[in-house]
Design a protein around this ligand. Structure first.
Ligand code: NAD
Length: 412
């Protein structure tokens, strides 16, 4: 697979050309402000001492403190972390957040570690980056294989090392430590809102619109739940075991309960099974990939039978597939717009931690709706005007331009 940071740099070059930026500015955009690498040493339960490679990339803070998750993954690399931190910079910029972009990670297999080993690893990592983060400096969050428990351990280690109380330094926390109930559904709700806006602009009625969702975890489930509330009919879903399909519409409430009891769709009795490959090319109005990177490539892109694709997952469409879909006039709502509900939710948590306010979920969701709707409008208007670029390229142009303007104003 292509090096993700090489891909991220290509995207910057591409947008820079369209924005007619000079070479000095373009080069600046391709280098992170700071990149920290270090060893995280812990004692395993059996007494053996081990070390893991840790990273924190602080890509660009022209718009505000660095913001981005921390992943624990055996295949984590410096280049993945760098690329993800660049993408966070553009995502925060596109939706108008006062944040820059960051990302962190540890090369480890969390499935092979006990709970107490994970606690020591999380706390040690937080101590290593403590000097470089803070609610006005860099705000981490959960990501792949980390969760609200990881954030609780990290907050504890950070606050005790720095001798302060600063809950706004981490987002995605449990409610007891300053997290918010709205965050659980915020990414999926945001995906649904972006789809609602796309259908409205394409003059397709959302009521009765047929939707297929690949991946039925946090993002897939909440996208399904909110789209159903808006009037869509979810006719197909999949998890890693299989796809299921019913043209009359699936019972999403039951399926969410079933999946959250830890079972796989392959063992679900009531619906027709259909392979993971086949479900992606079934006829529908909206296809929502919410699972893995690169699931739509040059092999299946020519066969996709949807009017709109919304990227719930990060990077589910390859560059080649993107070109094929654009030629076929299939609208793609890019990840930096479609799944931005997650970081917007994190922003709300950070705001509430700093002001002491506590919004109810209705207010939280209403504000989220407003931010995504506005961002969508901005992108769609430019997309209609330019005509020769897809929504991804247009989003990058808007996002990068905002960062460049902030850099110029600061005299960087
Ligand atoms: P998750 O682990 O809760 O769910 C992932 C789902 O994908 C699972 O149902 C899994 O069975 C399924 N899956 C795996 N391989 C599959 C395959 N080949 N075919 C079909 N389904 C498959 O993860 P999540 O939190 O829902 O995240 C999904 C994606 O969204 C990731 O790319 C993540 O980076 C991105 N994302 C998540 C958030 C968030 O707030 N959770 C925010 C922004 C982006």
């Amino acid at each position: 697979m292509a090096n993700p940071f090489t891909q991220a740099k290509k995207q910057i070059m591409n947008a820079s050309k369209k924005l007619k930026l000079n070479s000095e500015t373009t080069s600046k955009l391709m280098i992170p402000d700071k990149f920290h690498t270090f060893w995280v040493r812990i004692k395993l339960d059996n007494g053996r001492r081990v070390k893991f490679r840790g990273f924190r990339s602080q890509y660009n803070n022209a718009l505000g403190p660095y913001k981005g998750g921390i992943r624990f993954h055996p295949e984590e690399t410096a280049d993945t972390v760098l690329a993800l931190s660049a993408w966070m910079t553009w995502k925060c910029s596109l939706v108008g957040l006062p944040y820059g972009g960051g990302k962190g990670g540890i090369i480890c297999n969390p499935k092979e570690l006990s709970n107490s080993e994970l606690e020591r690893l999380s706390k040690q990592y937080a101590k290593k980056i403590a000097k470089h983060i803070g609610e006005n400096v860099d705000i981490p969050a959960p990501d792949v294989y980390t969760n609200s428990q990881t954030m609780s351990w990290m907050l504890e280690a950070y606050e005790s090392k720095m001798n302060i109380s600063s809950p706004g330094t981490f987002t995605g926390k449990p409610i007891e430590l300053g997290g918010h109930l709205g965050r659980i559904e915020s990414t999926g709700l945001g995906v649904a809102i972006s789809i609602r806006e796309a259908l409205k602009n394409l003059k397709i009625k959302i009521k009765g619109s047929k939707v297929i969702i690949q991946g039925f975890g946090n993002v897939g489930q909440n996208t399904a739940k909110h789209l159903e509330k808006m009037g869509s009919k979810i006719i197909g879903i999949s998890d890693s075991s299989t796809g299921i399909y019913d043209e009359k519409g699936l019972d999403i409430k039951k399926l969410i309960e079933y999946k959250n009891s830890g079972k796989r769709l392959i063992d679900y009795k009531n619906y027709k099974k259909i392979s993971n490959e086949e479900i992606l090319v079934k006829k529908c109005d909206v296809l929502v990939p919410c699972a893995l990177e690169n699931s739509i490539d040059n092999h299946n892109a020519p066969k996709i039978n949807a009017k709109v694709i919304a990227e719930g997952a990060n990077g589910p469409i390859t560059t080649e597939a993107d070109k094929i879909l654009f030629k076929r006039s299939i609208i793609v709502i890019p990840d930096i717009l479609a799944n931005s509900g997650g970081v917007i939710g994190s922003y709300f948590e950070w705001l509430m931690n700093r002001t002491g306010e506590n919004w109810d979920v209705k207010t939280y969701n209403k504000k989220l709706d407003m931010m995504i709707t506005n961002a969508f409008k901005k992108v769609f208007e430019k997309y209609k005007k330019i005509k020769t670029e897809n929504m991804r390229n247009v989003s990058y142009m808007i996002a990068i331009e905002r960062v460049v303007n902030a850099m110029k104003l600061r005299g960087r």
